[in-house]
Design a binder for this molecule. Structure first.
Ligand code: MN
Length: 377
């Protein structure tokens, strides 16, 4: 079975260099030869220590059901998939969020500000703890307003992080430009330093401090951009690859330019915030704000693989899976399975195969005997 081939064992394969001295001389020489001939991929894959945080939260938008995302993703076998990749998984469980009563809209338009603010405050602590504990944080949403707390919490531990936001939308409205009043369309505006004189003080948000600069962010997959968002993209010099650029350049060049822009020669931690609505709704239909013309499965997974290959991924979000919006079991399964695939490819699953378990094929023993106990095949 495919999964079995991907199990990594400590001390085997090219990812286990500290163990090299334990290899026999012969095996060591063969390993070296293979390396010189370029048989191993350039990137070393090593098992991650992963901290999973469930964030069953839906008040950043109006369609209830997205709070069921973490459970649906867990039920479909996320932990088993990641363990099968060799990841050490620590599940922190789901956060308990409080719905603030009398949470009147800000400016008569922005909905549930206190409830969203409070939820993100507890998420920021949870992500900060997970990263501080030495895990790669995987936050399961919930709606994308949770991006505020997740990136903010990550930045508490890794202030030099950069952010890759994979989404059909920019989620970049300010509370003063939002037309829907949904905070899941605004999280990035709270995070960017250069925008802060445009952000009003929202009840529930006094704890938020912006933690990235406009140059630390790249969007991929956008195809539904509001006028104010476009203004911000252009006037603050934010790098973005809409679906048009994905068409023009191909996903490989898009990722190359993303890393050139964000990382270059100086290594820094990457935060990947992945909205399942970036994927085309024909493939991932159970989501609140689907937009036709999205990423193919292959493009969606290429992004995850490319991020994993940098070796710099430090925290990620997978958001906006809404089980209640599936019109059939098939739609639900398709969406949830894509969510799990995005996470798995971000954490080391590879279409070209993984190179952990086998560094040597079994050979029929030269000292073959008819005694069944000693036959080695
Ligand atoms: Mn989003």
């Amino acid at each position: 079975m495919l999964m079995e081939q991907r199990i990594y064992k400590k001390g085997t394969g090219p990812a286990a260099h500290p163990e090299t001295e334990k290899m026999s001389l012969q095996r060591g020489a063969r390993h070296l030869l293979a390396k010189q001939r370029g048989w191993f991929p350039k990137q070393r894959r090593s098992a991650h220590s992963v901290g999973i945080i469930g964030a069953p939260f839906s008040y950043g938008q109006k369609r209830r059901g997205v709070e069921g995302g973490p459970q649906a993703i867990r039920d479909a076998g996320l932990v088993e998939r990641l363990s099968g990749l060799g990841c050490k998984v620590h599940d922190y469980g789901d956060l308990n969020f409080t719905t603030v009563s009398n949470d009147t809209p800000f400016n008569n338009i922005v909905h549930h500000p206190r409830t969203v603010g409070l939820a993100n405050q507890s998420l920021t602590e949870a992500v900060s703890r997970a990263v501080g504990d030495g895990h790669l944080s995987v936050m399961l949403g919930g709606d994308h307003s949770l991006g505020i707390g997740s990136v903010h919490g990550h930045a508490q531990q890794r202030p030099d992080l950069c952010l890759i936001w994979v989404d059909a939308h920019c989620d970049l409205n300010t509370p003063l430009t939002s037309m829907s009043g949904n905070l899941h369309g605004q999280p990035v505006s709270f995070l960017i330093r250069e925008l802060q004189d445009k952000i009003p003080s929202l009840p529930g948000f006094s704890w938020v401090t912006p933690c990235i600069s406009a140059k630390d962010l790249v969007y991929i997959g956008v195809r539904d951009v509001d006028p104010a968002e476009y203004y911000i993209l252009k006037n603050f010099g934010i790098r973005y690859f809409s679906m048009k650029e994905v068409d023009q350049l191909g996903i490989h060049k898009v990722m190359e330019r993303t890393f050139d822009h964000l990382i270059g020669k100086q290594k820094r931690p990457v935060h990947l915030s992945y909205d399942v609505d970036a994927i085309d709704p024909s493939l991932a239909p159970a989501t609140g704000t689907p937009v036709i013309g999205g990423l193919t499965y292959r493009e969606g997974m290429y992004i995850a693989e490319a991020v994993q290959n940098t070796g710099l991924l430090s925290a990620m979000d997978l958001v906006e899976v809404n089980p209640k919006l599936a019109t059939s079991d098939a739609e639900l399964n398709a969406t949830v399975n894509i969510a799990i695939d995005v996470i798995s490819f971000s954490l080391g699953q590879a279409r070209e195969g993984s190179h952990g378990k086998y560094d040597e094929l079994p050979t029929p023993s030269a000292t073959y005997t008819t005694n069944e106990q000693t036959i080695r095949l």
